[in-house]
Design a protein around this ligand. Sequence first.
Ligand code: ADP
Ligand code: MG
Length: 694
Amino acid sequence: MRPEILFPLFTPVTALKGVGARIAALLEKAAGPKVVDLLWHLPREVIDRGEVESVQAALPDRIATLSAIVDKHEPPADRKRPYRVLLRDETGFVTLVFFHADKRYVGSVLPEGERVAVSGRVETYGSRKQIVHPDYIVPADKRDEIPRIEPIYPLTAGLTPKVIHKHVRQALDLAPDLPEWLDPAYLDRERWPGWREALETAHAPSSEGALSPLSPARKRLAYDELLANQLALAIMRRRAKRQSGRSVQGDKRLRKKALSALPFELTGSQIQALQEIGADMAAETRMLRLLQGDVGSGKTVVALMAMLNVIECGGQAALMAPTEILARQHFETIKPLADAAGVKAAVLTGRDKGKGRAALLEQLARGEIQLIVGTHALFQEEVIFHRLMLAVVDEQHRFGVHQRLNLAAKGKAVDMLVMTATPIPRTLMMSAYGDLDSSRLTDKPPGRKPVKTVVVAAPRVEEVVAGIERQMREGAKIYWVCPLVEESETSDMAAAEARYADLRARFGDEKTALVHGRMKGPDKDAAMARFADGTAQILVATTVIEVGVNVPEATVMVIEHAERFGLAQLHQLRGRIGRGDKASTCILLRSEQMTETARERLKTLAETEDGFVIAEKDLELRGAGEILGSRQSGLPVFRLADIALHGELMAVAHDDSRLILERDPELEGERGRRLRTLLYLFERDAAIATLRSG
Ligand code: ADP
Ligand code: MG
């Protein structure tokens, strides 16, 4: 149960004074539905309201706050003209200007002969100084109501700065003093303020500098958020470890058969990964391991060996891929090896329907099918396993945390292996998985030649086509990737179709093929097959091939509008070539106009093929916000911390949480109880519920 002290923060924003349904909707859009969300809504900049002594001292084009006497009202002669009010002090005059003024309002806030304080941007109009629509007008004795330094909050349409400021202020006033959960020595060393004070400072920055994410107040708040994240993950992890798994140690008879059917030797890192996976599976606890390795590094074979291990023990194994193409491709790799081992394998995707599907599901439920490869279709309720013991999820670069758990729920104590082709920067990985065990495939299968990558300006596309023509005469296979147009799948397709028409006119029907996301499954397969095994030498494609294809003979890839792709995505795409033993080339066609970041991305790609280096660079260029921000990423979204900037804090929070739980596993001690408050504050209630005295 959430502690009472936090109740005021966890009420809807409508609990605040002056917040009705309309404002609540706006606040919810800008910050969130609860009072606590307003606390996390930090200002983006500050306005210095530039207190000045006199009218004379007020500089044009600056914001100034001054006090003066209302000299005279000049109501407009007609509605087109503005309402003017003249103010004066000992040094001169300043005119306040109101368009479409409400006369009653202007009259009431600016009574003639009274002294008032005003604040706004000063302009010169002819020889006069004026302020159009002042931000603040108050009686002189209430000058304090005009903030000297005003925080500017991220807004949403319909929400004014004043309104959000007012309500954030109210939220701050509701924020209680909470007992310190950080280690006092650490707090001291970092010279961080307490939580309440940090919050006040972050919302009332005294200068631009105080807005920096690296200011003590902001760092403190970021650390709190990261600690809550890491502590929650560590608690969940301890619980998962406690849950009984089972020891899986097959007799290797199937694996031996499959291995001898392999046309190659396993690489060193494949062998090592298999040892790590084997040890996890042999342990009494459940396995949750990440297998990271670039596209083409040979993850499928590793997964297969792990799957055969459970099958040797009489269990079933499932491998789930994010797309249909990829599922079928995994299946094609696996099928002959499974056959060699005498294991019955099948594939299930959304495309399977009717009797065939029903029969397959029955065989699966009876345990006749021992190994199944599929897409999300595997989550469907009708999919029942006889004895699922291992789930492998190939996430490529999609992190689907929840789906993973769904699949595991289809069996008891299911071991879990998650494969990802985009290496995840360490800090990001920590934020999503905490202490997740991970194996990395670092060496590519032997004999692979590096891919040469060149960046070419778009107008030189003719030269590129001519170069391709030469290569085609020597039998080369070429991917031609067309740009992703975010706004519409249709124009995406149109670009690919136009390029396809172009190339087909030049090279003929036989030699060209087209595949895009809108095509029907069988048509896609047919086009792919023509490229993989048939006469087609050029495959024009939208990014559907990104996670799809394995054609080792393909040695050239052209990517149009390469500047529009993300770094990770380009890396993925490029991974489709350089899979065979011939040298490969990747040509990045770029527009004349490019942002600095895009330039940097293409440069990185031309310089390295190391996925781990690329992942770190991607994080640096995009900022964690962008990587984490997208909902479907499945990664946590931080409100106060920025992983790209606060990476070090994440590491500290990680170690801190381990230490905390070693000393006080159930969070029952004095500091433990305070940390529970922290967890509730960041809505990690689920983690607390798993503690013994939750
Ligand atoms: P990933 O899934 O990591 O992208 P795959 O498992 O599809 O990579 O492997 C890519 C290709 O490399 C496949 O054709 C596979 O048969 C081959 N391969 C895998 N391991 C090795 C190895 N040790 N030596 C040679 N080729 C390998
Ligand atoms: Mg085990």
